[in-house]
Design a binder for this molecule. Structure first.
Ligand SMILES: C[S@@+](CC[C@H](N)C(=O)[O-])C[C@H]1O[C@@H](n2cnc3c(N)ncnc32)[C@H](O)[C@@H]1O
Length: 244
């Protein structure tokens, strides 16, 4: 597999800059929410990345493990305090290649959409159901597709501009495939840096059907990690599915 179809592609391309790019994202409310469902664990984060959420969760004494396709991202996690104590399997989150059972599995920051087809996303729900304890929870955080962002299938956005750099996001929308292909482009004194993102979005109801087919039932859905009601104006959702 090559390019976007390679599960390691995103992480390998983003690992050197991932933490800097996302430094302003506070994981606090997600950690609070997940800790409330985790009990004593064990807990599994799919696409654990550099440990943005897993590390503060583990710091609360919860047993957290992870799966990620990118060894480069996991290397960043390992280099952080406590990072070497979190067991991580390098592999494809659609397959959830771990043994054992979990009280809670979670997949945050729209990363389910990194699986680029409906079939791959549905496979992920099925694999999660296989490793959940009876009554265990699967928590998913995703954005609500906003197709008005695109003008005739494309969008160019100035994300940040400073005295000596600019970050531009260039994206194309494939409505039939529910896919967005983007480059986050940094221009600075060192040159042009391309950071690719490929995603296949799903609507909440579509996710609920995938979950249902896997034996997982929607228990709760919120507009954010603070449990704001999910409503028409919500730009994202936090959904809690439970295994029967
Ligand atoms: C946007 S980052 C999210 C990392 C972390 N969960 C966070 O919230 O900061 C996406 C992560 O998903 C991983 N990833 C992408 N596709 C994957 C796949 N098919 N299987 C496992 N990990 C994958 C990437 O390597 C990367 O670490």
């Amino acid at each position: 597999m090559a390019g976007f179809d390679d599960p390691a592609f995103y992480g390998d391309r983003w690992a050197p800059v991932y933490d800097d790019h996302h430094a302003r994202m506070d994981p606090g409310s997600a950690v609070e929410f997940l800790a409330g469902l985790a009990g004593e664990g064990p807990v599994l984060e799919l696409a654990i990345g550099t440990g943005r959420v897993a590390l503060p969760l583990a710091a609360r004494g919860i047993r957290v493990g992870g799966v990620d396709a990118s060894a480069a991202m996991v290397e960043r996690l390992r280099a952080k305090p406590g990072g070497d104590l979190i067991p991580v399997t390098i592999g494809d989150m659609a397959e959830v290649p771990v043994s054992g059972r979990f009280r809670l599995v979670y997949l945050v920051f729209n990363t389910l959409f990194g699986l680029l087809s409906q079939a791959r996303q549905a496979e992920c729900f099925g694999s999660v159901a296989r490793v959940l304890d009876p009554g265990g929870m699967f928590v998913v955080e995703c954005f609500i597709p906003d197709l008005a962002r695109f003008d005739r299938g494309q969008r160019v956005q100035a994300v940040a501009v400073t005295e000596d750099s600019a970050i531009i996001e260039v994206s194309r929308h494939d409505a039939a495939g529910q896919r967005v292909t983007a480059q986050i482009i940094t221009l600075d004194e060192q040159g042009v840096h391309l950071r690719p993102v490929g995603l296949r979005y799903s609507w909440p109801g579509e996710l609920d059907l995938m979950a249902d087919r896997a034996g997982l039932r929607l228990q709760e859905r919120y507009g954010d990690w603070h449990r704001q009601p999910f409503a028409s104006a919500s730009t994202g959702h936090v959904s809690v599915y439970q295994r029967a």
